[in-house]
Write a protein that binds this ligand. Sequence first.
Ligand SMILES: NC(=O)C1=CN([C@@H]2O[C@H](COP(=O)(O)OP(=O)(O)OC[C@H]3O[C@@H](n4cnc5c(N)ncnc54)[C@H](OP(=O)(O)O)[C@@H]3O)[C@@H](O)[C@H]2O)C=CC1
Ligand SMILES: O=C(O)[C@@H]1CCC=N1
Length: 276
Amino acid sequence: MRVGFIGYGNMADALACGFVSANMIKFTDLTMCNKSNVERREAFAKRGGVVAPDAVSVAKSSDVVFLAVKPPYIKSVLEEVYGGCDADELKPKVFVSVAAGVTLDVMEGVWTSKNATPPPMVRVMPNTPCLVGAAASGLCVGSTCSDDDRNKALALMSAVGVCKVIMESQMSALTGVSGSGPAYIFILIEAMADGGVRAGLPRDVALQLAAQTFYGAAKMVLETGEHPGVLKDKVCSPGGTTITAVHELEKAGVRQAMMNAVVAAAARGDELAKLS
Ligand SMILES: NC(=O)C1=CN([C@@H]2O[C@H](COP(=O)(O)OP(=O)(O)OC[C@H]3O[C@@H](n4cnc5c(N)ncnc54)[C@H](OP(=O)(O)O)[C@@H]3O)[C@@H](O)[C@H]2O)C=CC1
Ligand SMILES: O=C(O)[C@@H]1CCC=N1
């Protein structure tokens, strides 16, 4: 299977390196194009990947074609593909957009507005931990996508983490939780490490312990199946250190802040959908 990337920035690189680390493909099976970043192209070619001149070349030479440009450019790169490839050539391929907010209807509209049948399309919302095999992704499929087509995308995304098949109407909510989510957690890890430094730990020790604490707590939620509230209660000794810290977090409105963050990201996803 050859995998292509139209647009090769942070997300595409995390996906490509994740697929290779998971042994789903070899780097030599990858093709990419970007707009102008020569350093990215050189690094990609150095690892054995094929650097293509444009979106049409990526589409022609790949079985699964990731669309990994910013949301406002999805439609224009698909217009390029429509203009440069005939329908029969595209039918056996699967186009996988990772763009926030751009609906399947908008992507398929590039073909349907010209009375043409769109190629199989999938919308995925991945997150950057796919780089280390720990993605939390969701996908939904377009009107011409067969089970085989969907399974190709699902196999790739499942190789680099967890991938849920969801309804397209849930895609913005998923973006608010897991697509954008790593950024919230990186901030919290950094803040927890800062607290450790303030309390007297060396920076490297504080950072490693903060990250490991997030990792361990997440692993416990996933592996014990216990409600996070129950697990939290088991850490809080009466009159102890933890409940004293939890009181500070509650005073600062940390739950409300996290819920608001997720809802704001989801709302922005819906706004982007209207703009595309
Ligand atoms: N970053 C993340 O954590 C996540 C991102 N996404 C989605 O992934 C997509 C990409 O985001 P991200 O990787 O962060 O963005 P980047 O800005 O890092 O990457 C965008 C890429 O698109 C390229 N590009 C722009 N215009 C064209 C064009 N006309 N033809 C070919 N390539 C083009 C850029 O080229 P050049 O570098 O040369 O300018 C760059 O390689 C977005 O749609 C975003 O919504 C989804 C989930 C998570
Ligand atoms: O910030 C963004 O818009 C993209 C989509 C999800 C994560 N990054």
